[in-house]
Design a protein around this ligand. Structure first.
Ligand code: ACO
Length: 386
């Protein structure tokens, strides 16, 4: 087929680039289905381990399977000495948490068991997937501790994935409410169709490269501010509005200055992001009581922003996206804002690895065509004559 016969779609928005059973999005209706479950059914009920098992196995685990799965995952949490040394260096340099997460992904190969240790039932890809999911939280938490002048806290294999992450960040055992809040977040963002980082992972896997290489590439894609970088700025915005006192005026001033409001709008959703609804409910439960003023502020800012944006872009329906209530919920749970994007990766690595396994099972190397817009027919000039 000639290039001229092909349609040109630089952001691949109108390209069906593959098939997946992992998740699907209806952007017009505002619906997200993960592993066959509507988000609203899965996220408030599942633990991260259950959501991960679902993605990897296309069904929920029995009680016994879940217990074994939890132990297997927990057994891979310790970083290698090499990974820890590199993460320390990144933290001491005050590099971004996403750099530490990328180091954690790349160095996870140093912590995987030697080839001959894998038993017959586990493939190398499945083992690498387990190592990747288990190691990223340890890498992020170790970075945070060292960046704050503290020693990393060793992972505990008696805690769940979510509880252990909070434990490693703070060195304190989290409350049930904190753990449930984090579980809901982790299960809400574990997978979301062919977003940029997930597709990156699939492209790497399609070359028959290994899962850890695919995850390393995916962390790199997630680092970009157009993908995973809005929840920190959302929190900054809410705090500035709290100081200012009048959401409507603050928001209008920003839009007049040509800025975009963080946490609003989405490439696919034309209504409120369904994850915003689930996360807002989780946050509301979390903030019930003494901290409810912050949640009320977020609600006020949401309604003021939606009405201001509607005046500016009538018919465009710019509503809250996932990042708005991510910021509110994670703040309540006690995840530092500097780690919001990296915590997104701590969840999404479940989706990345599931997509890799899906890609390997029915693989075709990803190799799109490009339209050439450069020169042709140039003749060579020796270097001394240029
Ligand atoms: N604030 C103000 N105006 C906005 C916003 C916003 N948050 N979002 C879109 N608009 C405006 C655009 O300026 C554009 O106006 P124009 O037609 O005059 O140029 C119009 O609405 C349509 O915007 P698009 O850029 O076409 O919307 P798109 O769907 O491509 O962008 C995006 C989606 C990047 C998320 C955008 O809404 C945005 O920048 N939001 C703020 C940042 C943010 O919250 N990012 C996290 C996204 S969630 C995630 O990716 C995990």
């Amino acid at each position: 087929m000639e290039d001229s016969d092909l349609s040109f779609d630089p952001g691949l928005e109108h390209v069906l680039a593959g098939e997946t059973r992992l998740s699907t999005i209806d952007g017009e209706a505002g619906e997200l289905v993960i592993g066959g479950f509507p988000l609203e059914e899965l996220a408030p009920n599942a633990t991260y381990e259950e959501a991960l098992y679902l993605l990897w196995n296309d069904r929920l685990p029995t009680e016994e399977e879940l217990s074994t799965f939890r132990s297997d995952l927990a057994a891979h949490r310790d970083l290698s000495d090499g990974a820890l040394a590199a993460i320390r260096e990144a933290a001491e340099r005050r590099d971004d948490a996403m750099d530490a997460e990328r180091i954690g992904a790349a160095c996870a190969s140093l912590a995987r068991p030697a080839e001959e240790d894998t038993d017959g039932e586990v493939t190398t890809h499945e083992r690498d997937a387990m190592v990747a999911v288990a190691q990223l939280p340890t890498a992020v938490a170790a970075y945070w501790r060292v960046a704050n002048g503290e020693e990393p806290v060793a992972p505990r294999d008696d805690l769940t994935h979510a509880a252990n992450y909070l434990w490693m960040l703070t060195g304190e055992e989290p409350t049930d409410e904190q753990v449930r809040g984090l579980e809901t977040y982790l299960c809400s963002v574990i997978d979301h169709g062919f977003n940029a980082s997930t597709y990156t992972a699939r492209v790497v896997a399609s070359t028959e490269s290994d899962v850890l290489s695919a995850v390393t590439g995916a962390v790199g894609a997630l680092k970009g501010p157009l993908h995973g970088g809005a929840p920190g700025p959302v929190l900054d915005m809410l705090e500035e509005i709290a100081d200012h006192g009048d959401p409507q005026t603050w928001l209008t001033d920003r839009l007049d200055a040509g800025e975009r409001l963080m946490g609003f709008g989405h490439r696919v959703y034309r209504v409120r992001d369904p994850r915003a609804a689930v996360l807002s409910e989780a946050a509301e439960e979390f903030y019930a009581g003494e901290e409810s003023a912050f949640f009320d502020l977020a609600r006020d800012v949401e309604s003021a922003a939606v009405s201001v944006l509607d005046e500016r872009k009538p018919g465009r329906s710019l509503e809250t996206n996932v990042e708005f209530y991510t910021a509110v919920l994670l703040r309540g749970v006690g995840v530092p804002r500097e780690l919001f994007s990296a915590t997104f990766g701590v969840s999404r690595v479940g989706g990345w690895t599931a997509h890799c396994l899906e890609q390997y099972a029915d693989n075709r190397i990803v190799r799109p065509r490009s339209r050439y817009v450069g020169e042709t027919g140039r003749t060579w000039t020796p270097v001394g004559e240029r």
